[in-house]
Design a binder for this molecule. Sequence first.
Ligand SMILES: CC(C)(COP(=O)(O)OP(=O)(O)OC[C@H]1O[C@@H](n2cnc3c(N)ncnc32)[C@H](O)[C@@H]1OP(=O)(O)O)[C@@H](O)C(=O)NCCC(=O)NCCS
Length: 198
Amino acid sequence: MEVDASLFNIDSQPFFEAPKGFLAELDSLSPAPGLEIGPASYEDIVDIYRLESEIEGADGADFVTLTSRWRMFGAGFLTARQDGRLVGYIESCLWDCQLPSFEARPDFFTSRHRLGAETLYIIFIGVAADCRRRGVASSLLTAVNGVGRYYGARRLQAVSRDYIMPLYEAAGFLPLTAMPDFLPEPAVNFMLMEHSLL
Ligand SMILES: CC(C)(COP(=O)(O)OP(=O)(O)OC[C@H]1O[C@@H](n2cnc3c(N)ncnc32)[C@H](O)[C@@H]1OP(=O)(O)O)[C@@H](O)C(=O)NCCC(=O)NCCS
């Protein structure tokens, strides 16, 4: 679906100049050659919205929600590009929320985000279907780990679909608490995963 961003009257100036220093070293760490990881720009959001729609269908975040999350914390919203094409992204916020208590409302993340909070929470990570199992998500998790350290977080957290847990475990996360009612997906269980940064 095409999006005319001007309809939303959102300033295209970079809203947030994310620190890029910690990302420079990723080139040597990345298991996926040629992958470029960096903070999302305003212009990236249309591509991110398209990819989100491909991955999550009608359950995906809409363009306005994605834009508000980027405005909330641009440094924690990273893209992965290969030969210029957006192949993956990760969204995060800093908060003090104690999961498994969770409120399923669209502004939950933006209302709770706080610079200086101790937890970097991964809102969503997605990779294009034809680019999976090549280390793209792992590279994004390595990068977001750098974001968490840069902002003084003590831990990373994510709620994982049960069958995706090996991805987080490979990145150093451990299962913390089952969250069976996190999303209404039949036959899927959810687990709060945590990676200590101490
Ligand atoms: C989950 C997702 C982001 C993984 O992206 P990816 O780039 O393929 O992941 P990686 O290549 O970095 O995988 C690294 C390791 O994680 C594990 N892993 C990744 N995807 C997995 C899957 N679908 N099932 C089981 N293990 C998986 C494997 O151990 C993998 O190593 P291997 O390929 O050597 O076996 C991608 O499949 C996706 O976008 N899925 C739909 C959206 C989604 O579910 N997001 C997570 C929200 S909980």
